[in-house]
Design a protein around this ligand. Structure first.
Ligand SMILES: [Ca+2]
Length: 181
């Protein structure tokens, strides 16, 4: 319970910081928004996802990372620099990406998730770095990546950028965002 309260306070603090950032952004557009009018949500839930390769055509699909379940997961084949690309469908103001690593109950080797770039962009051709996770990842680890600036974003890409012959498998990815007003 205490852990949840701490987490809730952390989220509230994050939202307040985000509000200040968006106020600056909004002012640059000559518009004014009220913080209390904003609604933050996981913009990735149920959205289209592609991955660099499919380990299996029937299971471990890329969309496993946006279905809200922590006991299933995406899974690429072994390759150099495997990636996962989430299409939010339209632009949102994105401030944080949360990645949930696999649970050893259903998949081994959480430490395979490492040396990953998390990039965002309004076009998948012009992605910018939001953050980097060096890892190695731990079992059921929740990895929070906060973009240095609130970005107008449609695509979120996670890619292992170091080493060769890697798998990329993740249980869930949440993209915390607010609507573009
Ligand atoms: Ca899932």
């Amino acid at each position: 319970m205490q852990c949840n309260e701490t987490h809730n306070k952390e989220i509230q603090r994050s939202l307040t910081e985000l509000g200040k950032k968006i106020d600056k952004l909004s002012n640059s557009f000559g518009q004014t928004y009220k913080l209390e009018d904003r609604r933050f949500f996981n913009a990735a839930y149920g959205k289209k996802v592609t991955q660099s390769s499919d380990y299996d055509k029937q299971h471990y699909l890329a969309t496993s990372v946006t279905n809200g379940l922590l006991l299933d997961f995406s899974h690429t084949k072994k390759e150099n620099n495997p990636w996962l690309l989430i299409d939010l469908g339209t632009d949102f103001y994105v401030f944080e990406v949360e990645i949930y690593n696999v649970d050893k109950v259903v998949q081994c080797c959480a430490n395979r998730f490492r040396d990953a770039n998390i990039s965002v962009g309004s076009s998948y051709i012009t992605m910018e770095l939001c953050g980097h996770f060096e890892g190695p990842g731990e079992d059921k680890e929740r990895i929070v990546v906060r973009c240095p600036l609130v970005k107008r974003v449609r695509y979120v890409k996670i890619q292992i950028v170091k080493g060769t012959d890697n798998y990329l498998h993740l249980a869930e990815v949440q993209v915390w965002a607010t609507n573009v007003l």
